[in-house]
Design a protein around this ligand. Structure first.
Ligand SMILES: *[C@@H]1O[C@H](CO)[C@@H](O)[C@H](O)[C@H]1NC(C)=O
Ligand SMILES: *[C@@H]1O[C@H](CO)[C@@H](O)[C@H](O)[C@H]1NC(C)=O
Length: 366
């Protein structure tokens, strides 16, 4: 594409977006799948789960300083994605259904819903570390129930139209990788390459189930710089763990190939891949550009790097969250999530491929 055409197209998008068509009209709903990076409270409804963020200091910068189950000082990426699209954050699925997984309140899932659950992995086993979460397979199964409810509510053809304009956000994989590097048993059974390949194989099956149930537009994130999370830095005298980062990159490369292949095999899929690793590396390497002064330690925690313990009511809290990349042992601050979502939405192409979320929303004009 030459520069001039690109400019004209971008300008056209600008005109469209500012005259009559809001993002919210173009995207009727967001369906969210994934882990703690996008959980907005599902785990609060899992009584046995120890992966919970419903206590202080979580939410210290949220509305009314309320802990909500988000693994953040404030909003997380799911909230910012909603904001970009002009939609309310998709509510946690488990908050909408009553016991027995029946939708006895007759709530509509038409405006989007989130199945994301802290501790969740692509593999069912990953969440065992946290005693209870909704692994990806379970999330997709719940989505199938939602699909049936929506079919009854809207009818098949209106539903297909609704879903084809909706965005399916998938943020998963970090817990599987963390699980691998923290379990000598899993390591004995698989080489890292076998493990990563098997993650991708399983993920593709779940994506295909979403496609079979109407999903067409996908926003899919790779894993971040896992070996630079405060919890991993503790293993290497506060430096990043090289092997974990290497396999994070290998997984992301494999993910990009898998997505291309998956798209070629199925009619009508459009996706935007977000390179969380590249976006996070940039913040770690060029912190001051974004107003960060601390890229190593957790804001909420205890001990070395504030990462010897999770964020608990007794933990130490850093005074300024805005200048920390990491909120706790594993999770980004609200400030980091906001930068991620700016990049998810607008690119540039070192972070999003083959298109960004803005183009995912309006492919016909961009
Ligand atoms: C929900 O819908 C079912 C079937 O249409 C109906 O029997 C039930 O009374 C409704 N419940 C509520 C709380 O509206
Ligand atoms: C620890 O960090 C140093 C400096 O970045 C690196 O050279 C080394 O390979 C790391 N060790 C491990 C085990 O990751």
């Amino acid at each position: 594409m030459n520069f001039r055409v690109f400019f004209v197209c971008s300008f056209f998008v600008f005109i469209i977006l500012n005259h009559g068509f809001s993002m919210a009209q173009m995207v009727p709903a967001v369906y969210v799948f994934g882990d703690s990076l996008v959980d907005v409270g599902n785990n609060n409804y899992l009584p046995l789960s120890i992966a919970k963020a419903n206590h202080r200091h979580y939410g210290v910068d949220f509305v009314n300083q309320k802990p909500t189950g988000r693994f953040s000082n404030g909003k997380n990426a799911a909230d910012f994605i909603g904001e970009k699209l002009g939609l309310a954050t998709s509510p946690p699925y488990l908050s909408l259904i009553s016991k027995g997984n029946k939708n006895e309140n007759n709530v509509s899932f038409m405006n989007g819903v989130s199945f994301a659950s802290a501790g969740a992995g692509i593999f069912d086993g990953t969440d065992q570390r946290y005693r209870q979460s909704l692994p990806l397979g379970k999330q997709v199964e719940y989505y199938s129930n939602v699909y049936e409810d929506l079919t009854r509510e809207m009818g098949e053809s209106a539903l297909q139209k609704h879903l084809s304009k909706s965005i399916f956000v998938v943020v998963i994989g970090s817990n599987d990788l963390i699980g691998y590097f923290e379990s000598s048993e899993v390591r004995k059974k698989n080489t890292p390459q076998e493990y990563v390949d098997s993650m991708l194989f399983s993920l593709k099956l779940q994506l295909q189930r979403l496609y079979a149930n109407g999903g067409r537009k996908f926003e899919i994130a790779g894993v971040g710089v896992v070996g630079c999370c405060p919890a991993f830095r503790l293993k290497n005298q506060t430096e990043c763990v090289v092997e974990t980062n290497y396999w994070s990159v290998q997984y992301n490369k494999g993910l990009q190939s898998m997505l291309k292949e998956w798209q070629a095999e199925n009619e009508g899929i459009i996706y935007s891949y977000f390179d969380t690793y590249a976006a996070m590396s940039d913040l770690i390497q060029n912190p001051t550009v974004h107003g960060f002064t601390d890229v190593k330690s957790a804001c909420c925690g205890l001990g070395e790097l504030n990462a010897r313990a999770p964020c608990l009511p007794v933990s130490k809290l850093c005074p300024t969250r805005q200048n920390h990349v990491f909120w706790d042992q594993y999770h980004p601050t609200e400030a980091t999530s906001q930068i991620f979502v700016d990049r998810i939405f607008s690119g540039p192409s070192i972070y999003t491929s083959p298109i960004n979320m803005r183009q995912l929303v309006a492919p016909e004009v961009s």
